[in-house]
Design a protein around this ligand. Structure first.
Ligand code: NAP
Length: 312
């Protein structure tokens, strides 16, 4: 069968596109490779999405978005798209489970956490190294935790981690945070949070579990190894140093800039019938509010494209 619209990704952008498309009575399929929600699902507090005041966690917001999409009849499947063929009028997407065909496509694949890229990081992920405080904070109850990064994510998640950890140290490569001033103030006023300025993690070590890490002072060049407290045996390192766009699948197929998909203000890519929405595209503000707006615009434009290019 040929769907009117296939949406790749079920984060806020994909779910908003699904909502608008299904309300417009497009036969819509949303394909997600892991579970609905994208990055926002890993956030404990969503304080700046209009209307999210009470009970505003990432998971609850996503739960409501999914419920709304289901209510209007968009179909959802779990599958990973491995290959796309956008050369014809009908777009073909090959997944691990099935092949999907559509008159139009919205790419809402979002972005994935950027790794430090140091030795030991891969091996110790899930064994002391984490990229999601909401998912893993409880494992570090009463232990020491280090947060790498200085942006909104790092500082907000460090504050969240103080609810669990004995002490939280933010390791930042400069001597000034990038995070919004209001978030910084909360962190500076939190007795459990300490700062390690001008520092980067150069190695993570441990035999099956994180036991020590090497931190380098970028100003002096001095390196020192920090060991887990003997009684604890381990500690946590939470990495929040930004995100990389999840666009590898479209390299050489769609026009991009530094790995981000280029679109016009109506979310059109350089390929007719293929739209992009959310954190994977070139834009100035990557937030839930802009992702959902992108998704809505992409769906409305996809409907227009289908009406203009296909007979009933
Ligand atoms: P971000 O704003 O890009 O900040 C990344 C941080 O990591 C920066 O402090 C950066 O240092 C540091 N960094 C980058 N690469 C590094 C490396 N290789 N080694 C060590 N440190 C490195 O990322 P984010 O905090 O995840 O935020 C992403 C977007 O989401 C932003 O637009 C942010 O405003 C938004 N966000 C908003 C909220 C909110 O509004 N409540 C919450 C979370 C995220 P430098 O400062 O030196 O560049």
């Amino acid at each position: 069968m040929v769907y009117d619209l296939v949406i790749i990704g079920a984060g806020p952008a994909g779910l908003a596109a699904g909502l608008y498309a299904s309300r417009a009575r497009l036969n819509t399929l949303i394909i997600e490779k892991e579970s609905e929600g994208g990055q926002i699902k890993t956030t404990d507090e969503v304080a700046n999405y209009p209307g999210s005041i009470r009970d505003a966690s990432g998971p609850t917001l996503i739960e409501r978005m999914v419920e709304q999409v289901d209510e209007f009849g968009a179909k959802r499947v779990l599958d990973e798209i491995l290959e796309v063929d956008f050369s014809g009028k009908i777009k073909v997407l090959k997944g691990t489970k099935e092949e999907y065909k559509a008159k139009a496509v919205v790419i809402a694949t979002g972005a994935v956490p950027r790794p430090i890229g140091c030795p030991g990081e891969k091996e110790l992920t899930g064994r002391g190294v984490s990229y999601c405080a909401t998912c893993d904070a409880a494992f570090f109850e009463d232990l020491e935790v280090y947060v790498v990064g200085g942006g909104d994510s790092a500082v907000e998640e460090a504050i969240y981690l103080t609810k669990f950890a004995r002490k939280v140290t933010i390791i930042h490569r400069r001597d000034e945070l990038r995070a919004a001033k209001s978030i910084q103030e909360k962190a500076f006023n939190n007795e459990k949070i300490e700062f390690m300025w001008d520092s980067v993690v150069t190695e993570l070590k441990g035999d099956g579990i994180l036991e020590s890490m090497v931190v380098k002072n970028v100003k002096t060049g001095e390196e020192r190894e920090i060991f887990a407290d003997e009684d604890d045996g381990t500690f946590g390192v939470f990495v929040f140093i930004g995100f990389n766009p999840a666009t590898k699948l479209f390299e050489g197929i769609i026009e991009m800039e530094n790995g981000y998909i280029k679109t016009d203000e109506d979310m059109r890519t350089n390929i007719p019938g293929v739209f992009a929405a959310g954190d994977n595209r070139v834009k100035s503000l990557r937030q839930v509010v802009t992702a959902t707006a992108d998704g809505a615009i992409a769906a409305v434009q996809a409907e227009k494209y289908i009406n203009d290019n296909f007979e009933d």
